[in-house]
Design a protein around this ligand. Structure first.
Ligand code: NAP
Length: 305
């Protein structure tokens, strides 16, 4: 069966694209993946999504988006796409042993925060370990927290967190920061920011929530403990773009390149959400670009009817 629009991804970008495509009567097929919902599934309370003055649970928010898309006729399957062929027309999208055909495809596969890979990090994820200062910073009023990473994100998050926390310690594996001078200087001048440089996190401590970090000096191997209530990871993100690698043009870090209309390097294929966004990475910006991608797909279909 040939679909007008196939959407790959079941986070805010994919579901918003689905709402718009479905309301345009395009009956989109959404391949939301086994782990649908994206990064919102690992967020507790979302306080900055417009329209929810009391805040909303991340999983509830994304579930509402899914229901809204279904209400207008989107077909949603919780299947992982294993292969795409955009050289063929209609485009081919494979999941399990099925090949779906689409006149247009919207890639909304998201991104994942890079993690340290420690068992204690997984155990305490959402219980003091998080990768989103914008989402969770306000929960740490008057507390001590740590940020790990030495790039611009780490500096930005550390500065942001000083609005709430009484002390923010930056833990970075090297003595030199990777961050741009302006961002690093701003953080250095902030009296609420402390530094643990040349240190890696050996273990996140606490049960049932974070109470500290065990740090290891990268030169001497000496161990030390740091008491904190929260750990914010800022060690980069990884766009989930392996599916379209060497198919769509992307930058050196794997973010899919698009025009402002969310067009990729292949006409008829659009991309949106965190797989294209190295800067904002918010649910609302993902939803916004999902809307743009769906409207662009609709216009493409009209022009190529
Ligand atoms: P990034 O520049 O890649 O920095 C990641 C940091 O995490 C590096 O300091 C790296 O250490 C560290 N790191 C990576 N893997 C690690 C691991 N396994 N364990 C411990 N530390 C690890 O990422 P980013 O800060 O997210 O920035 C991404 C891009 O967005 C950059 O181009 C940045 O300039 C841009 N950005 C700009 C702004 C702004 O201008 N307002 C704000 C945020 C981000 P090493 O340094 O040792 O490699």
């Amino acid at each position: 069966m040939e679909h007008e629009v196939i959407i790959i991804g079941g986070g805010p970008a994919g579901y918003t694209a689905a709402i718009y495509a479905a309301r345009a009567n395009l009956k989109p097929l959404v391949l939301a993946g086994y782990a649908a919902g994206g990064q919102l599934m690992t967020t507790t309370e979302v306080e900055n999504f417009p329209g929810y003055p009391e805040g909303v649970n991340g999983p509830d928010l994304v579930e509402n988006m899914r229901k809204q898309a279904e209400r207008f006729g989107a077909q949603i399957l919780f299947k992982d796409v294993t292969k795409v062929d955009f050289a063929k027309k209609p485009f081919e999208v494979t999941f399990e042993d099925t090949v779906a055909h689409g006149k247009t495809v919207i890639v909304a596969t998201g991104a994942a925060p890079r993690k340290l890979g420690l068992p204690s990090e997984s155990r305490l994820w959402g219980r003091g370990v998080t990768s989103c200062a914008t989402c969770d910073g306000a929960f740490y009023k008057g507390k001590d927290v740590a940020v790990t990473g030495g790039g611009d994100s780490a500096m930005e998050e550390a500065n942001f967190l000083t609005r709430f926390a009484s002390k923010v310690t930056v833990v970075h594996r090297r003595l030199e920061l990777r961050a741009s001078k302006i961002m690093a200087d701003r953080a250095r001048k902030n009296p609420k920011i402390a530094w643990q440089l040349g240190k890696v996190i050996d273990e996140v401590l606490g049960d049932p929530k974070v109470s500290g970090l065990r740090l290891k000096d990268t030169k001497t191997g000496a161990m030390s403990d740091l008491n904190v209530d929260g750990l914010f990871l800022a060690i980069g993100h990884i766009p989930n773009s392996s599916l379209v690698k060497s198919v769509l043009k992307m930058d050196e870090e794997g973010y899919v390149l698009t025009s402002p209309k969310m067009e990729t390097s292949i006409p008829g294929v659009f991309a949106c959400g965190d797989v294209v966004d190295r800067t904002f990475r918010q649910a609302i910006t993902a939803a916004g670009s999902g809307c743009q991608a769906a409207i662009s797909a609709e216009r493409y279909l009209e022009a190529n009817a």
